[in-house]
Design a protein around this ligand. Sequence first.
Ligand code: ADP
Length: 259
Amino acid sequence: MSADTPAGTTAGATSDALIRFDNVTKRFGDNTVLDNLCFSVRPGKHVTLIGPSGSGKTTILRLLMTLESPDEGTITVNGNKLFPADEKERREARKKIGMVFQQFNLFPNMTVLRNLTEAPVRVLGLSKDEAEVRAKELLELVGLADRCDAKPTQLSGGQQQRVAIARALAMRPQVLLLDEVTSALDPELVAGVLDLLRDIARTTDITMLCVTHEMNFARDISDDVLMFDAGKVIESGPPEKIFSDPEHERTREFLGAVL
Ligand code: ADP
């Protein structure tokens, strides 16, 4: 890493990147949502995407989950092509990535335990017993070891989001994508979920890409912050720089409105 690039990201190409977007353009109709976007994230780094609503942040996470496809450009994860790629290569890249959504997206008809074992059994080929051991360890980690048999609707929003975090980790992803994971929660439940994510950031080597409006959380966990506007990164750097001494007028305006 050269001395003048931020700790976790770089605007150019690096060989040691875990996630790479090269000249990615995404349009919905005539709305160009991502405009020739280039950035990369090094392994183990925690990177937060900030910027006004509609600037393309969630679309980046959805591309990484292959829930959307780019119109142009290349996306790679750990050297595996995600786009453009054949189905086999894309599946390999995709296995490295877990995502936690704003609305939890748990399987409503399955127990908490089954929510955690389903994909490891189906996708990774774990035995049911292996998957259950892993699931119980993770439920312990998120403080819900005693709720294995509950259905999601029997849990609070904060508990459901903890299950969703455990479910993502059950796939042992190299990359965890977090999409405004506290915005659907009652205010009193937000801190617990953010503390859990702080612990995961501190105690694991998982790479995190995070969209959040929780600026204190972003400041705590991020190695780097990327400020988006109209589908481009207009400024990036360590949180102490972006939050305290931003260079771009647009960043100052945005932070003035949210801080
Ligand atoms: P952010 O996360 O920064 O708020 P998004 O990535 O969610 O931004 O959205 C960027 C733009 O793309 C917005 O203008 C949004 O309306 C548009 N958009 C997102 N998904 C779709 C879709 N499936 N169809 C049409 N437009 C979409």
